[in-house]
Write a protein that binds this ligand. Sequence first.
Ligand code: NAP
Length: 200
Amino acid sequence: QALTDILQLKKGQKILIQAGAGGVGTFAIQLAKLMGATVATTASEAGANLVKSLGADEIINYKTEKFEEILKNYDAVFDTLGDEILEKSFGIIKDGGKLVSVSGLPNARFGKEYGSGFFKTLLFSAASHKLTGLEKKHNVQYTFLFMKPSGEQLRIIANFIETGKIKPIIDKVFSFKDAQKAMEYAESGRAKGKIILKIR
Ligand SMILES: NC(=O)c1ccc[n+]([C@@H]2O[C@H](COP(=O)([O-])OP(=O)(O)OC[C@H]3O[C@@H](n4cnc5c(N)ncnc54)[C@H](OP(=O)(O)O)[C@@H]3O)[C@@H](O)[C@H]2O)c1
């Protein structure tokens, strides 16, 4: 949804995917490569080999390098980290480019699209006023994404997996009785790929 519906990523475009080694990032890198984009991503040394194996063209070690000083004129950014990292991401996007975040703040546009009602939309607008300022300053469209269930899109992704075009990266598998431990591991923010909770 981030890459197709919002960013409408095209062959040859340049995209930065933040936290490429994470659960969202490992899928996003592969899907963006499949769409023909050039992909830069941020990762620590521990995730560098993984993101390289998934096809990342440029890897920024976020512990020793500053992506905002290295990358410029990007068509798009997929942010999974929010806060300051999201704010800095505006600066690497070219005029008229797009930024989508799954970890930032919802804005007034999100409120209207999701039918959140007048007061919630007003609240979103107030909370995201800094991001709205950055949108105007850099002429970049900012969208907050809250993923929607879509059988049709899942079928497309399942087909990519079955035909070997993309592979799910599984970090750890927890049994259902260890759900608490799985949550704690997810909250650690250190996962490399997805965390699986086995129901049976
Ligand atoms: N809005 C929505 O619909 C939606 C849907 C799904 C997920 N989300 C949100 O999206 C976010 C990402 O989810 P996720 O499952 O991908 O997270 P995750 O798997 O927990 O991400 C962990 C990865 O992020 C890397 N990382 C941590 N800090 C980083 C930094 N400053 N720069 C670059 N990489 C960094 C870690 O690398 P190292 O360990 O090597 O440092 C680790 O590999 C979460 O906040 C989640 O709640 C939102």
